[in-house]
Write a protein that binds this ligand. Structure first.
Ligand SMILES: NC(=O)c1ccc[n+]([C@@H]2O[C@H](COP(=O)([O-])OP(=O)(O)OC[C@H]3O[C@@H](n4cnc5c(N)ncnc54)[C@H](O)[C@@H]3O)[C@@H](O)[C@H]2O)c1
Length: 311
């Protein structure tokens, strides 16, 4: 990766990934882009780019001599269920559009799939890398299509496509954009501000999660991995921990002993959570490119409670 375009860069991942990539590859070599201008401008180049506008994306890649696209633009799971047509257009057609532009220019491409690419028929515990994938959300359907499309572009055109299945990502720099695992971010903000949190996800609902610094490291590690060692490409299971609301609350109470957790379960987001794995098998990522996250739940909790903004 030398000249990188990041799409959807105003989002939860993009805000931090752009900064991380600029620290490695240089400010001027990483262009951030989104459908809207960012509310706060960072150092380095930014372009307004709609990923569904193939002509604009192709012209930008050519004009800026981009050699790698990190394609983050998308509509997240819970938001996608409120407008499946928009979600399909951005998540599936947008990926196809960017793949075509990247193929024409000879770029490599990173695509973030999700634990949402699994469904109720997938094994729920220690979900294997290669297993049945019949998701029941439009977000998951588009992610499976995206994984297959990226593999197809590699097989058919030799394009260097690589991707991971991100679990729920927890971070403090930008708020999450309407996913099912957002509660695991909100809980820290409320713990610091009010000492209590009401969870829309039920007790006993385990989902995979990861702290943002490990997610950023994984993107670079995978994109820089020796291609000869990659048996898989799209998309590697990765996760650093699996917990339910009680587990994260217990971790918070080690630092804030009076923290209180209550429940007001949202049936729509709960149904999505119930269709996803409890925990992933990440052995392919470990074996093929050395995936090794450094934050466990308590280390993440300690860091988050120090860093989330105090009211
Ligand atoms: N955050 C997570 O926990 C998580 C987990 C698994 C996978 N992912 C995937 O990672 C990617 C980024 O996630 P995120 O959490 O940063 O999402 P986000 O919702 O915070 O940000 C997505 C960004 O995409 C932009 N966007 C929407 N439509 C666009 C379009 N037509 N053209 C250009 N930009 C457009 C939005 O403006 C937004 O800034 C998504 O593909 C998401 O599915 C995220």
């Amino acid at each position: 990766m030398k000249k990188i375009l990041v799409t959807g860069s105003n989002g939860q991942i993009g805000v931090e990934l752009v900064r991380h990539l600029r620290g490695i590859y240089g400010d001027s070599n990483v262009t951030a882009s989104d459908i809207n201008k960012p509310s706060v401008s960072d150092e380095g180049p930014f372009a307004v780019l709609d990923v569904c506008d193939g002509k604009a994306v192709a012209e930008f890649l050519e004009g800026s001599k981009v050699d790698c696209v990190v394609h983050l633009a998308g509509i997240l799971s819970a938001k996608a269920e409120t407008n499946p047509q928009l979600a399909w257009n951005v998540n599936a057609n947008g990926l196809y559009t960017v793949l075509e532009a990247a193929r024409a220019r000879g770029c490599s491409l990173f695509f973030p799939s999700s634990i949402a690419a699994f469904g109720p028929a997938s094994p729920q515990k220690n979900t294997p890398q290669d297993t049945i994938q019949r998701p029941t959300t439009i977000y998951g359907v588009a992610k499976v299509a995206g994984e297959l499309l990226c593999d197809y572009y590699h097989l058919k055109y030799g394009m260097d496509t690589r991707g991971v299945r991100f679990p729920g990502l927890i971070s403090y720099a930008a708020l999450p954009g309407g996913g099912t695992t957002d509660y695991a971010v909100h809980i820290y903000y409320k713990a610091v501000a009010e000492g209590k949190y009401t969870s829309y996800i039920a007790k006993g609902s385990f989902m995979d999660m990861m702290y943002m610094p490990d997610a950023l490291g994984a993107v670079v590690q995978l994109m820089e991995a020796d291609p000869k060692k990659l048996i898989h490409r799209n998309a590697f299971n990765i996760s650093a921990m699996s917990f339910d609301p009680e587990g994260i609350a217990a971790s918070i109470r080690k630092i804030l002993p009076d923290f209180k957790l209550s429940y007001d379960v949202d049936p729509k987001r709960q149904a999505i959570a119930d269709s996803w794995p409890d925990s992933l098998d990440c052995s392919a990522a470990r074996d093929e490119w050395g995936f090794s996250p450094s934050f466990d739940l308590d280390a993440m909790t300690k860091d988050m409670l120090q860093r989330v903004p105090k009211p």
